[in-house]
Ligand binder design. Structure first.
Ligand code: COI
Length: 355
């Protein structure tokens, strides 16, 4: 069921006034799909140019059974968030960064991608059309999920002849069921998320299917998620299924460097800058699994998880714990970043885009 809407400017004019909130339980948002009003839809033909993007009623989409994305995994996604400020205005966090990352990923996956301007405009239109689904300040955020997929039919292995760019949104709260409490990770040394020369460094959908087996096994044993090691030495930290990892020792914060097998997180990059602005020394380098034993604190970063403190990491049956509550450094970085994202602190980084 999809009915197109008027051009985007009309949509935002219409929706910016009547700010009623959707009738849902805003106090108990987790990270699950809450269907909203509109999604954004834009196609591109063999010429490689995306045109005629439009908002449609949120709903199922139709795909040829032979679509490239369904058969050969030719797909990418992005994730970003919109926050409602105290004055009711809306803040997006670094949307151009997602646009650029999608372009980079599209190149790796042999797909055309929307321009940065098209991407950012589409995000803005989608958020404004779904304004009543942005949580009140302090209750969560609107998670924005852009998708790029080979929607054209292929049978022999080849890039699809047609592509679809789509954005849907959902109000969300905390990602992990632990809420803001520290999560417990288990190091996985047999199954790997990414390989050198592979696609670990781009946000292709297959990277996320590949971690489900280890993640499910970890959850069945009571862990929150899995921490991956590099597949060559089985020794250096890579990332968690859905987020990047940081290790704190004294005034030094270390995180695995981006070298093709690690997703270049936008929260990762932002936290590096925030940490330096707070006087920490940040090192991007190979981080050995042995350093987990000596660390004062460990935390994860991601759009969905924000900054998640790690309470313990288990490796080869040995559990290393990092104290009872949230570590001081994790707390400090979380607070500085989220105050900026929510418009509670001045954005001296120039990262937010106000709608
Ligand atoms: C995000 O943090 O936005 C992601 O894309 C991770 C996803 C597994 C929820």
């Amino acid at each position: 069921a999809s009915s197109s809407l008027k051009p985007s400017t009309t949509v935002s004019d219409t929706y910016s006034e009547a700010i009623e909130l959707a009738d849902i339980d805003w106090d108990n948002l987790g990270f699950g799909l809450q269907p909203t009003d509109y999604m954004y839809f834009m196609k591109c033909d063999q010429g490689g140019t995306f045109t005629k993007g439009e908002l449609k009623r949120f709903g199922n989409i139709e795909l040829n059974p032979s679509a490239g994305v369904l058969n050969y995994g030719q797909g990418l996604f992005e994730g970003l968030k919109a926050y409602r400020k105290e004055d009711g205005n809306i803040l997006l966090f670094r949307p151009e960064e997602n646009a650029l990352r999608m372009k980079m990923g599209a190149e790796r996956m042999c797909m055309p991608s929307p321009s940065v301007e098209q991407f950012v405009e589409a995000v803005k239109d989608t958020v404004l059309a779904n304004k009543r689904w942005i949580p009140p300040q302090g209750k969560g955020s609107l998670y924005i999920r852009p998708l790029l997929m080979g929607s054209g039919a292929v049978l022999g292995l080849a890039p699809a002849p047609e592509y679809t760019f789509l954005i849907y949104v959902s109000p969300v709260g905390n990602y992990f069921k632990e809420g803001l409490a520290p999560i417990n990770l288990i190091v996985e040394s047999e199954l790997h998320r990414a390989t050198p020369g592979g696609t670990g460094g781009v946000k292709t959908i297959g990277n996320y299917a590949a971690v489900l087996k280890a993640q499910s096994a970890a959850k069945a044993k009571g862990y929150s998620d899995v921490l991956y090691l590099d597949c060559v030495h089985k020794r250096y930290l890579e990332e968690v299924s859905s987020c990047n990892i940081f290790v704190v020792k004294g005034n030094v914060i270390s995180t695995p460097s981006i070298k093709g097998t690690i997703l270049p997180g936008i929260t990762r990059k932002s936290i590096i800058d925030v940490a330096r602005s707070q006087g920490f020394e940040v090192e991007e380098r190979l981080v050995s699994v042995d350093e987990l034993v000596e660390a004062d604190e460990v935390f994860c970063t991601g759009t969905a998880v924000v900054v998640s403190p790690v309470g313990s990491v288990t490796y080869h049956g040995k559990k290393v714990s990092y104290g009872d509550g949230i570590g001081a450094v994790s707390q400090q970085l979380y607070t500085v970043l989220t105050r900026l994202q929510m418009g509670l602190a001045e954005d001296n980084m120039n990262w937010t885009v106000e709608l």
